[in-house]
Each structure stands twice: as structure tokens, then as C-alpha cells.
Design a protein around this ligand. Structure first.
Ligand SMILES: Nc1ncnc2c1ncn2[C@@H]1O[C@H](COP(=O)(O)OP(=O)(O)OP(=O)(O)O)[C@@H](O)[C@H]1O
Length: 540
């Protein structure tokens, strides 16, 4: 605790007397004379984890309790704070302290309010977009029952927009006055997040006069943070940045004003902007699974397993050229086993070094980077660019377990043509402890930029004519292959993208989320056992 004590009083909690101390570091309560059987009891909540304070309404039953009869008047205040329930899962807890007089009670409430207000990173006004059709169509219910009461407890005002069509949030963000809000919240899945992200990045570039179609234009980072309340059928971005898909935990990250910078990659074809992604851009296997699953939406969530199995059996491979610029500014590499954690040092240092490198490249205008590009021609079962680990409940370590959220890099994973059995071994390694990159047919690089051109496009300027002319070309050297099409689709953060040639660039820390990355397990162990175990949310 800090040395500047603001308040120190003897207060009652759960009918026992405690010495309660408040300073700028937080709130601490301990037993002045611990009963010998119980041993010393002391609890603390850091300021950054105090959610709210309220004067407590005292009902008849409470005021008639034996201990209270000694006091002439009854006054109490309740402190709401964040408690780690299990790894990555947070809850709002409460502790009610009883004071001997009204003046003391008001003094405590005032001091706690001042302390909470000193947390300037916390949002006061939020713009909330809810997709009513996300996942199991529970978005609105989840928001109203689990999230809105917490926002109101934390005195956050909200403007809620229930989306009426695809891209509603994106379109809306092009015209709202962003200065009116401290953050944007999306309630839905990865698609909804993507809508909000595209809206916010597009708006920021437009306001700054940056042309998104220019692949060489440095993008302006967005100031407004985005919060994700997971309610979709796929919530991978929330999982990879918070560690769990839990609406209450995400709401608490927003309330406490967490901030997690995130890299965003842009996808262009020549001078046309196509899309942004923060998680995965996958061609071949992951593109085909997505395309097939989109055609089978009527199957519900089982469509992903079905499409995955079918795509695995079809075993298509794709020919093309990948060229990439390796990341030289970062001290991390894809197989170093150093996963991205809260306050990641790799991300911080990489950002600093990238800024120096970009300044050097700018100063030496015309600096020839061509000789630094690597070129790989081949036949690929999958080409994946992972901007983050891409961990999800199905694959808790993700496609690239050591990829970082904010280091200005992506991990480019090239899975060359191999037997079905070997490809199955590769896929299985995403679910166990073994290194999924330890195969001769898998290459992985940490990169800043990459280009891909499919074989068809290299052969001709007109891809459509080429598909007709060379139909089945890729099957010709694999007689058993039953392939009836020659190009794959890109899986761009769960949205399909058709383009036989793309240019990708990672933009370091372009956006910020209300999150803090993955907390190490020690954080959970440090969390104090609490005197009261009444969950605020549990009562809602
Ligand atoms: N009211 C609406 N009607 C139809 N589509 C909408 C609506 N609001 C948002 N969308 C679109 O729905 C898409 C998917 O949304 P979201 O990711 O929230 O749900 P999901 O169930 O997880 O989706 P998916 O199953 O595609 O992963 C988004 O691209 C978004 O633009």
C-alpha cells in the first residue's frame, strides 16, 4: 500500500470489526485483533480493480441485527470490485462496510468516488452496437441482462444501436460524432467486430485524409477503443485478447478501462483496398472450410465440423508464389515459445524498434528493400498469416502459439503439399503440446509484409478466362484428385475474400481494445480470497 493514507477507520463487515484503510493504491481491510483460531486475515483491492461505491439502503431486517442495536443510527456503503473467479474469468463482487455515523459514511463514499474518478482511462460514454442475429440470437438478452446493469453500476452512459442489416455498424461509424464517445462496444461475433473495426479505421483514415486504397500509405492509429462482448458463433478475437469468451469478464475489462493495442493487417489488390484482418488470413484449407461452411449455414454450428472434414478429405492444393519481407525489428520468432502476455515486453520493444526502422527507411528515401524479400514458389495445402496466436476454445494454443498481439508482425505459415496422413498429423498438433511447425512440409516466418499470386494469374491477366481454359490443370499431376475448381478463397477473419493475388501489410498497433491480453496464471493465484462471496452479477 502507498504511504499517503486517505482514510483509516474501524468499520463492520459481516458483523465483525475490521481496520479499513484507503489510500491511492487501493482499499485494505484487516482484523485488528485476529481470533487465534482464524489466524491473521487481511484483504486488499487495488484502485484499478474497484468498480463502484454506493450508499447502502438498510432494510428493517439488517437494522435489527444484534450488533447494530448498539449504534444509534445505521449507515453503510458497498464497494463493488473485480474478483478473479478462475483463470481469465472475472466477476463483480461486493463488500458492505457499516459505519458508526453518517458523517464517517459520507467521508468514505466521497473518498472512494474521488479515487475511482482518478482512474482517467475508464470510459464514461459508450456507443454500443448489438447484432440481434449473432450466434444463438442472444446478443440483446446478453447485453441487457449481463452487461447493461454493470455499465449502469459504473455510471457509464450508453447509446445503443441494434443493427438492422449487415454493415450497419460500419456505415453508422462513418457519420457519428466520435468525440461524443470514449469507446465503441460491439455485441456479437467476429463478423460484428470486423464491421466495427472497418468502420472505425475507415473513419479515422477519412478524417486524416489518408487514402485506404493506397497500399503504401501509412495508416493513422485509431484513438477510440473497441470493446467486444462475445455473443457470436465464433468469438476468436475476444478469446485471443481476453483469454475467455465471457460477456461479464469483457464488460469488466471495459469498465476498468483496460487498453490492449492490436496490430491490423491490410489486404490490397494492386491499388484497391480489400479488407483488414486482426486474426487470420488463410488460403487453401482454412479458406475452403469457410467457403463450404457458409454454403451450409442451415446446419448450424455443426457446419464447421462438417466442412472441415469434407475439406480435409478433398485434400486440394494450390499452386502459386509467395513473397514476403521478414520482420527484422522484433526479438521474437514463431518458434521461441514466448507467448504474448499482459504488458508484453516483446510487443513494446518491437514497436520501438519498428519505429526506428521505419524512420531509417524514410530518411533514406528510395532505400532498396527488394533484396530483402524472400520468394517461395510451390504447391500449398494452406497459406496462413496469423496476426495473433488465433487461440480459440477448440484450439487453445492456436495456429501460431507464439504470435504476438502488437509487435507489428504476422506469422506466415506455409503448409506444402503432403500426404493426407501428414496433414492430419499437422492438424492434430494444434490440439496437443507438440510443435506444429516441426514438419519438413511446414515453414513458418515472422513477417511485415507478404504478397501472393496464384499460378493461374501468373499465367494470364484474365483469371476468369484462365479458369475456363485451364480447368482441372492442378489435378493433372495428381490423378486421384477429384478437384473441380482451381482456386481457393481467402478466409479473412472468418469472412470470405475472393482474390487470386493480394498484397498484405501489418500495421503495428493500429487499434486498441478494452482488454489486457492474456494474464499469466500467477495473477489468478495472487487474487485474494474474499470475505464475502456474494456475486453482484449472480443476483441479476
Ligand atoms: N441485423 C443484421 N442482420 C443481418 N446481418 C447482420 C445484422 N447485424 C450485423 N449483421 C452482420 O452479421 C455478420 C455476422 O455477425 P456476427 O459475427 O456477430 O455473428 P456470428 O453468428 O458469429 O456470425 P458467423 O456465424 O458468420 O461467424 C456480420 O458481418 C454483420 O455485418
Amino acid at each position: 500500500m502507498g504511504d499517503r493514507i486517505r482514510l483509516s477507520s474501524s468499520l463492520l463487515l459481516e458483523q465483525r470489526a475490521w481496520q479499513v484503510i484507503l489510500d491511492r493504491e487501493g482499499l485494505e481491510w484487516s482484523q485488528p485483533q485476529p481470533p487465534s483460531a482464524r489466524g491473521e486475515e487481511s484483504f486488499s483491492v487495488p484502485t484499478s480493480e474497484i468498480i463502484a461505491v454506493e450508499e447502502t439502503e438498510i432494510d428493517e431486517k439488517q437494522s435489527n441485527r444484534r450488533k447494530w442495536r448498539k449504534m444509534s443510527k445505521r449507515h453503510a456503503f458497498t464497494v463493488y470490485y473485480m474478483k478473479r473467479k478462475r483463470p481469465h474469468c472475472w466477476r463483480c463482487k461486493e463488500a458492505t462496510f457499516w459505519c458508526v455515523d453518517e458523517q464517517l459514511c459520507n467521508q468514505w463514499i466521497q473518498a472512494l468516488k474521488e479515487l475511482i474518478d482518478s482512474q482517467t482511462s475508464r470510459p464514461k460514454r459508450l456507443l454500443v452496437y448489438i447484432n440481434p442475429f449473432s450466434g444463438k440470437k442472444q446478443g440483446q438478452r446478453i447485453y441487457e441482462q449481463k452487461v447493461a446493469p454493470l455499465f449502469s453500476l459504473a455510471s457509464i452512459s450508453t447509446e445503443v444501436v441494434v443493427t438492422e442489416h449487415a454493415n450497419h455498424a460500419k456505415d453508422n461509424l462513418s457519420e457519428v460524432n466520435l468525440a461524443n464517445y470514449d469507446g465503441i462496444v460491439c455485441v456479437g461475433g467476429d463478423g460484428m467486430f470486423s464491421d466495427v473495426m472497418h468502420g472505425l479505421i475507415g473513419r479515422t483514415q477519412k478524417d486524416s485524409g489518408v487514402d485506404q486504397n493506397d497500399p503504401t500509405a501509412p495508416l493513422v492509429p485509431c484513438k477510440t477503443r473497441i470493446g467486444i462482448i462475445p455473443a457470436g458463433s465464433t468469438d476468436c478475437i475476444c478469446y485471443a485478447t481476453v483469454g475467455i469468451n465471457d460477456p461479464v469478464t469483457s464488460a469488466l475489462h471495459i469498465i476498468l478501462g483496460d487498453s490492449q493495442p492490436l496490430d491490423v493487417s491490410s489486404v490490397h489488390r494492386n491499388k484497391t483496398f480489400l479488407k483488414y484482418f486482426v486474426s487470420l488470413l488463410g488460403y487453401g484449407f482454412y479458406g475452403d472450410v469457410l467457403k463450404d461452411s457458409e454454403e451450409k449455414r442451415w446446419m448450424g454450428s455443426v457446419r464447421y465440423d462438417f466442412a472441415g472434414f469434407k475439406t480435409f478429405l478433398s485434400h486440394h492444393y494450390y499452386e502459386g508464389t509467395v513473397s514476403f519481407l521478414p520482420a527484422t525489428h522484433t526479438m521474437g520468432c514463431p518458434r521461441d515459445g514466448r507467448s504474448c502476455k499482459t504488458k508484453c515486453r516483446v510487443c513494446k520493444q518491437s514497436k520501438r524498434q519498428l519505429e526506428q526502422l521505419q524512420k531509417f527507411e524514410k530518411d533514406r528515401h528510395g532505400y532498396d528493400r527488394r533484396n530483402q524479400w524472400h520468394v517461395i514458389r510451390g504447391k500449398f495445402l494452406a497459406i496462413n498469416a496469423a496476426n495473433m496466436s488465433c487461440a480459440c476454445p477448440r484450439s487453445p494454443k492456436g495456429l501460431s502459439p507464439s504470435a504476438h498481439l502488437a509487435d507489428g508482425c504476422a506469422d506466415l505459415i506455409l503448409v506444402h503439399k503432403c500426404s493426407r496422413f501428414n496433414f492430419l498429423r499437422y492438424l492434430i498438433r494444434h490440439t496437443n503440446e507438440d510443435d506444429q511447425f516441426n514438419f519438413t512440409f511446414v515453414e513458418v516466418y515472422r513477417i511485415r509484409k507478404f504478397h501472393f499470386t496464384s499460378q493461374q494469374l501468373e499465367d494470364s491477366d484474365d483469371i476468369h478466362n484462365m479458369q475456363k481454359k485451364h480447368f482441372g490443370r492442378f489435378c493433372s499431376d495428381q490423378p486421384t484428385c477429384c478437384c473441380t475448381f482451381s482456386g481457393s478463397t481467402w478466409n479473412c477473419d472468418g469472412e470470405t475474400l475472393e482474390s487470386p493475388a493480394i498484397q498484405v501489410e501489418v500495421h503495428c498497433q493500429l487499434i486498441k481494445l478494452f482488454a489486457r491480453g492474456i494474464e499469466p496464471p500467477s495473477k489468478y493465484e495472487e487474487s485474494p480470497s474474499m470475505v464475502q462471496d456474494r456475486s453482484y452479477v449472480g443476483r441479476l
